[in-house]
Design a protein around this ligand. Structure first.
Ligand code: GTP
Ligand code: SPV
Ligand code: MN
Length: 579
């Protein structure tokens, strides 16, 4: 791909979509301010209280365009089987014809923005380039915060570096004419009819996960839906942990947690909150970079108590989407300790009878550098070495607070068989338990059987692999209350995880994994006692037997590409559970 092909592509797209104007984004502050001004003028952005929240704005999306749309998201591979049962598939020719029809003349009266971006630190060998063409200035403003957008990326592309081509139009925001299409073999993304989050900010889920996971398999690395956090002990030793939790299941919160009071001298360093690209390093460890430069985080539930670092980074230079506002134009959402909503996320006078003030998937967009726990490691070319990988989700029962895999292959099985309650991050029913392997169900750009085989292949390639754990912050008691305090107190679990990585702390071996001893997790300062912790880490044999019978049926759905060793391991664990 070259300079020529970027310009030729932009010309082709312009001929198809017929915009009034073409704007090549340079990513400058001046350009951003100009974009904001235009958005303010036409009402797409609303100024928030500039005294309390300088440079903060509110966007109200179309009420029918508030989350990712998994049923309208497709992976268009030449061979249907390559997309796997985990993806919607359409023939590439058919998909292109459908999209070209939608794109014909769709930018009439609008500006076409060319958004060159780099996923990952610009000078990193692990980084990847892309160009998003969009007719949404809101998308451009968000892409500037979320990616390294502008001239530096364009220069590299014009010098001949390969790039992913993403074409996006909001169309008429008609849910009946909305598609998110991926052509991994062409390194191309086509998105139409939505202006929201992962549907529209194409660098994020479309490029950095669906397309990148495809490339990662071919090239021997991993593109994952994981946060990256550094945990520094009082002795100054830092361990980096990557964790895959499904959407709205706690990645942003874990990535920037504030240690509990008892953890004097401990520090948390945030490298990433959503996406992690991992490569085998020269020292035989896995090294991770965060391809993103900003956070598109869940607002509801974020408070001084749960996530003070997020509250601090949201005081300035942030875009809020679908939050409520107070009478003095400050952003507001459910869970916030101060303020009262005057206007709901749709701009109506707030009426508690009428439901929530903010949308459950209301979000903030903010530069990573504004987070008090930001570390310059997030901009280092080689990334950070990963000591442990966590898989987690929302499970009201069964899954213990923490459990360690017996080896890499078992860790892959833990990831492949995880399940979680659905959340408002995607359209559809909320609170239904579904399998979400590696938190990648909506994002894996190819057949899960091939994906697990790829994960398993690291055992032969990487001598010092991270240890793998499964965690669950969301166990509930009979009254429906969370049994574990979560948030900052999750550091207590991370401490145990790090001890295990260092070969310390004892475990109890069970058929499904290694759990801590009852006094293994530090509870100092918590109201919880060892008896309560025990109920969080005890393995319910018959419950797990039932789980494994479901797991086996689920895994069978991926044959013939399901790795035989994985099926055997599941079988073996089930036998241990029944003996
Ligand atoms: P995406 O951006 O959609 O990928 O979500 P995420 O995984 O980053 O989730 P996030 O950290 O934004 O958390 C989602 C919701 O879960 C928020 O309302 C949080 O307040 C809540 N949450 C996060 N961590 C915990 C926890 O440890 N315990 C409990 N009970 N809730 C949590
Ligand atoms: C998620 O849903 O996992 C997100 C938000 O991080 S979105 O960008 O909409 O995908
Ligand atoms: Mn996410």
């Amino acid at each position: 791909m070259s300079h020529q092909s970027l310009h030729a592509w932009v010309e082709d797209v312009a001929a198809l979509t017929r915009p009034n104007k073409i704007h090549w984004c340079d990513g400058s502050e001046q350009e951003y301010q100009q974009m904001v001004q235009e958005l303010l003028n036409d009402g797409a952005l609303i100024e928030l209280n500039q005294d309390s929240h300088p440079n903060c704005y509110l966007h109200r999306s179309d009420p029918q365009d508030v989350a990712r749309v998994e049923h309208l998201t497709f992976v268009c591979t030449n061979n249907k089987a390559d997309a796997g049962p985990n993806n919607n598939w359409m023939d590439p020719k058919e998909a292109h014809a459908l999209m070209d029809d939608l794109y014909a003349g769709c930018m009439e009266g609008r500006t076409l923005y060319v958004v060159p971006y780099c996923m990952g630190p610009v000078e990193s060998p692990y980084s990847r380039l892309g160009v998003e063409i969009t007719d949404s200035p809101y998308v451009v403003a968000n892409m500037r915060v979320m990616t390294r957008m502008g001239q530096a990326a364009r220069d590299k592309i014009e010098a001949g570096a390969p790039f992913v081509k993403g074409l996006h139009s909001i169309g008429e925001l008609d849910p009946e004419r909305r598609y998110i299409m991926h052509f991994p073999e062409e390194l191309t993304i086509n998105s139409f009819g939505s202006g929201y989050g992962g549907n529209a900010l194409l660098g994020k889920k479309c490029h950095a996960l669906r397309i990148a996971s495809w490339q990662a398999r071919q090239e021997g690395w991993l593109a994952e839906h994981m946060l990256i956090v550094g945990v520094e002990s009082p002795e100054g030793e830092v361990h980096y942990i990557a964790a895959a939790f499904p959407s709205a299941c706690g990645k942003t919160n874990l990535a920037m947690l504030v240690p509990p009071e008892e953890y004097k001298g401990w520090k948390i360093w945030t490298v990433g909150d959503d996406i992690c690209w991992m490569h085998p390093g020269p020292d035989g460890r896995l090294w991770a970079v965060n391809p993103e430069a900003g956070y598109f985080g869940v607002a509801p539930g974020t408070s001084e108590k749960t996530n003070p670092n997020a509250m601090a980074m949201l005081q300035r230079d942030a875009i809020f989407t679908n939050v409520a506002v107070t009478s003095d134009q400050q952003p507001w959402w459910e869970g916030m300790q101060d303020g009262t909503p005057a206007t709901d996320w749709r701009g109506r006078d707030f009426d508690a009878e009428n439901g929530k003030a903010s949308h459950p998937n209301a979000r903030f967009t903010v530069s990573a550098k504004q987070c008090p726990s930001y570390t310059e490691k997030a901009d280092e070319a080689q990334g950070v070495p990963i000591s442990a990988i966590l898989f987690g989700g929302r499970r009201a029962g069964l899954v213990p607070l923490v459990m360690e895999a017996k080896d890499w292959a078992h860790g892959v099985l833990l990831g492949a068989t995880m399940a979680s309650e659905t959340t408002a991050a995607a359209t559809g029913q909320v609170g239904v338990v579904r399998r979400d392997p590696m938190a990648m169900k909506p994002f894996c750009g190819y057949h899960y059987g091939d994906y697990w085989a790829h994960w398993l292949s690291f055992a032969d390639k990487v001598p010092n692999l991270p240890k793998v754990f499964q965690v669950n912050w969301f166990r509930k008691d009979g009254d429906g209350n969370f049994m574990w305090p979560g948030f900052g107190d999750n550091l207590r679990v991370l401490e145990w995880v790090i001890q295990r990585c260092k070969g310390e702390a004892e475990v109890v071996s069970t058929p499904v994994g290694l759990v801590p001893k009852a006094d293994g997790v530090n509870l100092t300062g918590l109201e919880m006692n060892q008896e309560q912790l025990k109920s969080l880490i005890t393995i319910d044999q018959s419950g797990w037997q039932h789980e494994f019978s479901e797991i086996k049926t689920y895994l069978d759905g991926f044959s013939p590409r399901l790795p035989a060793s994985m099926a055997n391991l599941a079988e073996n664990i089930e036998q241990q559970l029944s003996s």
